[in-house]
Design a protein around this ligand. Sequence first.
Ligand code: HEM
Length: 417
Amino acid sequence: MQADFNTNLVDIDLIPDGKGPPFELFARWRREDPVHWNPAPEAGSYVSKQAGAGLDQGFWVLTRYKDVDTVSRNQELFSSWLGGPTIWDYRGEYLERQRAGMMGMDPQRHIRTKRLVTPVFTPRVISEFEPNIVRVAGEIIDSVAAKGSCEFVFDVASKLPVYTFCELLGVPSEDRDLIFDLGNGAADTESESRDHEAVVMQLVQYGAALAAKKMESPDDSMMSRVANGIVDGDRLAPEEVAMFFVLLSIAGHETTRATATHFIRLMTEHPDQYALLQSDIDKYLSGAIDEVLRFSPPVIKFRRTATQDTEIGGYPVKAGDKIYLSYAAANRDPEMFPDPDRFDITRANASRHLAFGIGPHVCLGARLASLQLKHLLKQVVTRIPDFRIAGEPRYLRTIWFNAIMHMPIAFTPEGQN
Ligand code: HEM
């Protein structure tokens, strides 16, 4: 669909039809109305498939880097807890469920939980795990390299995050396919074909059962450390451990696979940049991954709620107002990134992108995601280098993620190039 100044961001067709976030619309708002009021959709025009997820309030859309940055860093004034971290208007038990997850916790509980889970994401723990990532990335490419074609999203991009997640959390290998399927179902928030609520409940139950098992027989896994960890003489409640499991199963899958898929798409769209990357992969790969995250961030937005009357960038905001933190818009702000619509893997400050958020709720898995992307994409670029897109990419139907669900690719089979 064609976006104009008054386009409503909750129009469900906007992202799949427009093939990603509406960058031109964000650029126009940033120039003319940088803290833009997006009204609630007309009654009945937006019906979410997620239980309890209404949309009856309008919200402020932040399109400048500095506003997204400032608001994200200030939990006291702009809360992730008050209305939850996502744009939907949850109430009652549904809102409580949002608040039980890390992203929606009140600041005290959030600090406590972060102290418990951060040690399992330290550089040391993640680098101990790196050889597993390298091995699995190699196995994934082994499974397609001789074929000459594959469906990149499910045959390649989605496998590494799920296997990594299962190994790190201590999910038995026979349950991987189940977790793979449930994680996909949970991220697909507008699914026409699946009962979203039932999928999330299955994940909650699985997480609770796994936590109980790890409490009975502790091991080295992340789930065991979280379920048995003690902070200030206190441990997480069983439902908090289960929600941690659910959060990771959604937060780590969809985002990492979307980034790998956008990487392939962007390299085929910018052959000069791809040639540069191939000329010295070790030199350019991590800058290229940062530039993909800047240029096409997989999470379009999160939400905050103002706790008192205040202002953002000179616009008055009332207590209770919802705020849409547009990472996609912030990453294209020319004040921060000169010539922002140019895809440039040598961009000096690409790593300042906000694709992982910023402030107290910044992504805990950023290092892990970057490591997975590095090893998987290195295998792709070196073993099946002449990949090309062999069918129209299909975008996920959602107002939240910038994700491709289906993207066939073709390449010269390994050994014949
Ligand atoms: C390219 C991949 C990824 C992207 C783009 C991404 C993006 C984000 C963003 C934007 C947030 C901030 C939410 C907010 O401020 O409200 C976040 C939080 C989070 N992410 Fe990621 N994520 C990625 C991968 C991962 C992975 C692999 C994991 C773990 C396995 C993970 C775990 C988390 C957790 C636990 C939080 C909540 C942190 C908190 O609330 O304190 N993410 N992520």
